[in-house]
Design a protein. Structure first.
Length: 599
């Protein structure tokens, strides 16, 4: 072994040694008795009783949220482990409202700043000491509360000035009343062995690196736990501990004509032990590499119009990005800066499509859509988005959003966007969002039935084949691989869906052939009413809650990335969609071959 190899192994061992403490179980303090909770309660009581600036309004509502995270991340590019990182932090978010529950300071937007709990990020946050030192915690909470109160006074004045010229029709309350809730939810500690994690990553990375036709490959792990304390001046006090582990792999290459190709897999669980073991990851990596290699020589399609089947992961991605993002409209907001008001109105309007369609048909007859935060597992797979209460300490409940094709209700925080048929309990981070969304057809068809439906459509249209989409590109994964992102984000202005990374031609006899090169025209929420058939077996897809709202550019957001959403969606068959050649791709091959293939 040469000196460089020895030094590399020593460096890796040192990195893992730094992370090793994460593998040791850290027992949480009893939530109702710990030092942090006492500091929060004491400062809140003082602020509600004494905080006031001259003759201006005192707070009528205060809420504190503290998020404490311990995390471990590592990556393997090629067959080399690197970018090992750990994090342990505690953050406070303070929400102070002045005014009244009917009209308060909470919906004013500044440049990059707005109030939490109604849709946009806010600046009432502070880093807290990790050490449970009562005096140090009280001082940080005191300073953050004072700043949040002063800003709330400014926001109330700005809201009153803006509202006097803008309020029309029914004015919705800014804070719906809810019963006080005292509840704790402990999903367990994050038990993570860094050596075991490194072994799994290296096992998969080595398989991908050995594929001579792959230009890039990567395997990564993000794991840890989050504890969240929440309490407000109405008597609500909640605590949640949630472990989470996500492992992904991705690879990129180019077709023989230079078209960039990408594919990936990712796995979600509460613990590292719930993820595939080294042998399972090696099998997944082998399949990923073999498929990408074969795709290099697949036919490049130029144009298509006809039946399209969204299968497995692609069906969940489609529902999340083109339908579910309309299920949680934002309430009206006010801009402290007048030139911003039209921009803010436009952003809010982009989420409001379903707010005016309660009672209308939005899906085919016989199709139901349910959000079920209480669902803990599905066919042996954990549902990591399950929650007993939301980010405002409101008890969650199962909601039938669409029944027999008709829209019955919407997702909402305590700041509603519509006047009827909604209830709070859906705030996830900064936005109301999906917890676990279940799409089900009362007459769903099996695989044979779906193929028969495709054959009928092809015969009626005199088409030789249909398209089957299995997976779309993921912007976050493209960034990990330093690939150019071609995802179009602006809701209301999409011209195409994200590019498919797994697409097949489907023939009337059931034959499937991989294809590439096409970009599907956009599918709006109204197109879902024309679904020809839905499968009878859903696939589980995990997405980041609030991501759909982030895509319309609503400034910065607090906590969104830590709140996953789950989708249980069967295969979806559309009678006719269009696709054209993806001309946005840069078709340039590397000048030299991959080093491992040159020897």
């Amino acid at each position: 072994m040469n000196m460089m190899s020895i030094l590399a192994r020593v460096a890796l061992a040192a990195s893992l040694a730094l992370i090793a403490p994460l593998a040791v179980a850290q027992s949480a303090n009893t939530p109702q008795d710990d030092v942090l909770m006492r500091a929060l309660n004491d400062e809140m009581a003082r602020a509600m009783a004494q905080l006031r600036l001259g003759d201006q309004a005192a707070p009528y509502f205060i809420a504190y949220e503290v998020a404490q995270t311990r995390s471990l991340g590592m990556e393997a590019r090629g067959d080399a482990l690197g970018n090992i990182r750990q994090n342990h932090q505690r953050k406070l978010n303070v929400e102070v409202r002045v005014g009244s529950p009917q009209a308060d300071s909470s919906r004013v937007v500044r440049m990059g700043v707005s109030s939490r709990g109604n849709g946009l990020a806010q600046d009432g946050s502070a880093a807290l000491p990790l050490e449970d030192n009562y005096d140090a915690l009280r001082r940080r909470i005191w300073i953050a509360t004072d700043a949040a109160y002063k800003r709330a006074l400014e926001d109330l004045a700005a809201r009153q000035a803006a509202a006097s010229a803008r309020e029309a029709g029914e004015v919705l309350p800014d804070l719906l009343p809810v019963p006080a809730l005292v509840q704790h939810e402990d999903q367990g500690e994050a038990l993570l062995d860094p050596d075991e994690a490194a072994q799994r990553l290296r096992a998969a990375a080595t398989v991908l690196a050995a594929q001579p036709e792959l230009e890039q490959s990567m395997v990564w792990l993000d794991a840890g736990e989050t504890q969240i304390w929440y309490l407000n001046s109405e008597g609500t006090s909640t605590w949640r501990r949630q472990p989470k582990a996500t492992l992904g792999m991705a690879a990129a290459t180019r077709a023989v004509d230079g078209e960039p190709l990408l594919d990936y897999r990712h796995f979600h669980a509460h613990q590292l032990s719930g993820l595939p073991d080294a042998a399972g990851l090696q099998a997944q990596a082998h399949e990923l590499g073999e498929r990408l290699t074969a795709l290099r020589h697949a036919d490049a399609l130029v144009e298509f119009t006809g039946p399209v089947l969204f299968r497995g992961e692609a069906a969940g991605q489609l529902l999340a990005d083109r339908f579910a993002n309309r299920l949680a409209p934002l309430p009206r907001h006010y801009a402290a800066d007048p030139p911003m008001q039209s921009f803010v109105d436009q952003l809010v309007e982009q989420t409001a499509g379903f707010a005016r369609r309660l009672g209308a048909r939005v899906l085919p007859a016989g199709v139901d859509l349910v959000d079920d935060p209480g669902l803990r597992d599905w066919q042996g797979q954990p549902i990591i988005s399950a929650a007993r209460f939301d980010s405002q300490g409101v008890a969650t409940q199962r909601k039938t959003l669409v029944e027999n094709g008709r829209l019955k209700t919407l997702l909402s925080s305590r700041s509603p966007a519509v006047a009827r048929d909604v209830s709070p309990g859906n705030l996830r981070g900064s936005f109301a969002a999906v917890s676990t969304l279940i799409l089900q057809a009362r007459d769903g068809v099996d695989e044979a039935g779906m193929q028969a439906e495709i054959a009928v459509l092809l015969a009626d249209a005199d088409q030789p084949f249909a398209l089957e989409v299995e997976r779309f590109a993921d912007d976050m994964i493209e960034r990990r691989l330093n690939q150019t992102s071609f995802t179009v984000y602006l809701t209301g202005a999409e011209q195409a869906l994200p590019r498919p990374v797994r697409i097949n031609r489907v023939w009337p006899d059931g034959r499937r052939e991989p294809a590439r090169g096409l970009l599907l025209a956009d599918v709006g929420s109204r197109e879902f009413r024309g679904l020809v058939a839905l499968g009878d077996t859903p696939a589980l897809v995990v997405r980041q809650a609030g991501l759909e709202v982030a895509r319309i550019g609503l400034f910065s957001q607090r906590g969104v990335a830590d709140q996953p959403s789950s989708y249980l969606v069967p295969d979806l068959l559309f009678e006719e969609l269009s696709a054209s050649e993806d001309t946005r791709q840069v078709r340039r091959r590397p000048l030299l071959p991959k080093p491992s293939a040159a020897h």
